[in-house]
Design a protein around this ligand. Structure first.
Ligand SMILES: NC(=O)c1ccc[n+]([C@@H]2O[C@H](COP(=O)([O-])OP(=O)(O)OC[C@H]3O[C@@H](n4cnc5c(N)ncnc54)[C@H](O)[C@@H]3O)[C@@H](O)[C@H]2O)c1
Length: 424
């Protein structure tokens, strides 16, 4: 493998997070970055020498206090074409708004780059299919960033099912009650135009986790969804900072901080959740049929209270039940410090004494995505260096999950069961 020469297109929370992580594990490999503007990059990178990471770094915040000082000076471009023309690059992180993913993949494929693509692979049917066709037999590394796949608890759950701990899989019951769900309505992610829907933004991870744990392909899907909490008639550019209902509105970030100890979001995520432009659903319920008649249910909501986040579910086999809880224990201070954070697996089996069970705890305190962030980036470096990894996050997996999201949305819109037409 030649030396890594990495560029990032879209250097916000995720992109700059990847930049910091790549530099942490492969110092000196970041060459350049491209964005419409560099303000998030500057804010996040400049916050690292103190070791804390800015709020804007979100879940990709890492302990990168020892980053090289001149990282903030790597060349910056607003046009990816100009960056490709001027810089010597062999690998590209794509972390723009989701609607621009396909356009950037196409540019990278033309130049035969390794591609580290953020999820979802794209947000509309044509782009999802075109991305898949471009990358299906791609000779370079191409991955989609399903951050929870590197989490030790995800790998353990997958191994249990593969090794037959609960026997043959029969069904799955999975939920995602998002306690930071309001954040999706406080920034750019709140319109169909930029993200498609919250299946593509959120459920795509969980669909991928279910697919990976049970090792089966989805066949058809049915879903319902609606918007119950967010959206309204408030101006699109209003923020909690400027609003005269700052101390009275139940969804004010200040009131939530005061009354529920909810950490204040970064300045880029403070828009009013009752804005006019909000046009995506905020709760969805899905049922999925897999190969062999295996069934799954999935629900996501975006208005769980600060201490009410739940993610995971029951994996039911003919020989037992595995309960996966990403938020086994979770407590965060209003300053954003996590006091306790772990994921848990509980397995009860048919042929086991009443007091017996498998109980496993996976501590992720201090690490994002249930400890998947760092292991995920290390897996990407393994792939780029030709080493095997359990966390390959293939484009095929990204394609299947994105197709499930589209099919679920189509089911909501048509009130019909939708077959998942995989062109693998
Ligand atoms: N894997 C995960 O767990 C995870 C978590 C959050 C976000 N994401 C994904 O990461 C991507 C970015 O989300 P984010 O939260 O980092 O958002 P963000 O707003 O923090 O960053 C996005 C950046 O992309 C830039 N950008 C947008 N369109 C561009 C274009 N055409 N050319 C160049 N730059 C462009 C924006 O200016 C911004 O700086 C999204 O696709 C999102 O789905 C993934």
């Amino acid at each position: 493998m030649e030396n890594l020469k990495v560029a990032c297109i879209g250097a916000g929370a995720s992109g700059t997070g990847h930049i910091a992580l790549i530099e942490k594990y492969a110092p000196g490999s970041m060459v350049a970055f491209c964005d419409l503007d560099r303000s998030l990059f500057d804010k996040i990178i400049n916050s690292y020498p103190g070791g804390s990471g800015a709020k804007e770094a979100g879940d990709f915040k890492t302990d990168a206090a020892s980053l090289r000082k001149d990282l903030k000076n790597i060349p910056f471009y607003t046009d990816p074409e100009e960056m490709f023309a001027r810089e010597d690059i062999n690998t590209v992180i794509i972390a723009t708004y989701c609607c621009a993913h396909y356009e950037m993949v196409e540019k990278c494929v033309k130049r035969n780059m390794n591609i580290l693509l953020e999820k979802p692979i794209a947000i509309v049917e044509t782009d999802i299919e075109k991305t898949w066709q471009l990358l299906k037999n791609y000779q370079k590394v191409a991955t989609v960033n399903f951050t929870m796949r590197g989490a030790p608890v995800s790998l353990a759950a997958k191994r249990h099912v593969k090794n037959g701990t609960i026997g043959k899989i029969v069904s799955v019951q999975y939920i995602n009650n998002v306690h930071y769900g309001d954040c999706y309505f406080r920034g750019w992610m709140r319109t169909k135009e930029k993200i498609g829907n919250l299946f593509l933004q959120k459920a795509t991870h969980d669909f991928d986790i279910i697919n990976s744990i049970i090792g089966l392909k989805p066949v058809s899907i049915a879903a319902f969804g609606s918007r119950q909490i967010y959206g309204g008639n408030m101006p699109n550019d209003l923020t909690c900072d400027e609003c005269d209902r700052k101390w009275t509105c139940p969804m004010s970030i200040y009131k939530l901080e005061l009354e529920a100890g909810k950490p204040l979001p970064g300045k880029n995520n403070r828009l009013c959740v009752y804005a006019r432009e909000i046009d995506i659903d905020d709760n969805q319920t899905v049922i999925i049929q897999y190969e062999g008649g295996v069934t799954a249910s999935y629900c996501q909501t975006f208005n769980a209270p600060q201490q009410g986040g739940q993610r995971g579910g029951y994996f039911i086999g003919n020989d037992g039940i595995m309960h996966l809880r990403y938020y086994g224990q979770f407590q965060e201070t209003s300053g954003g410090q996590i006091l306790v954070g772990n994921s848990q697996l509980d397995i009860t089996r048919y042929h086991e004494k009443p007091g017996s069970r498998i109980h496993e705890v996976y501590d992720w305190n201090g690490h994002g995505h249930f400890d998947g962030t760092e292991y995920g980036i290390m897996a990407k470096l393994d792939l780029l260096n030709g080493r095997p990894t359990e966390v390959a996050n293939t484009i095929a997996e990204g394609y299947i999950s994105a197709k499930m999201c589209l099919a679920a949305q189509k089911s909501i819109e048509t009130h019909k069961v939708v077959d998942i037409d995989l062109n693998l």
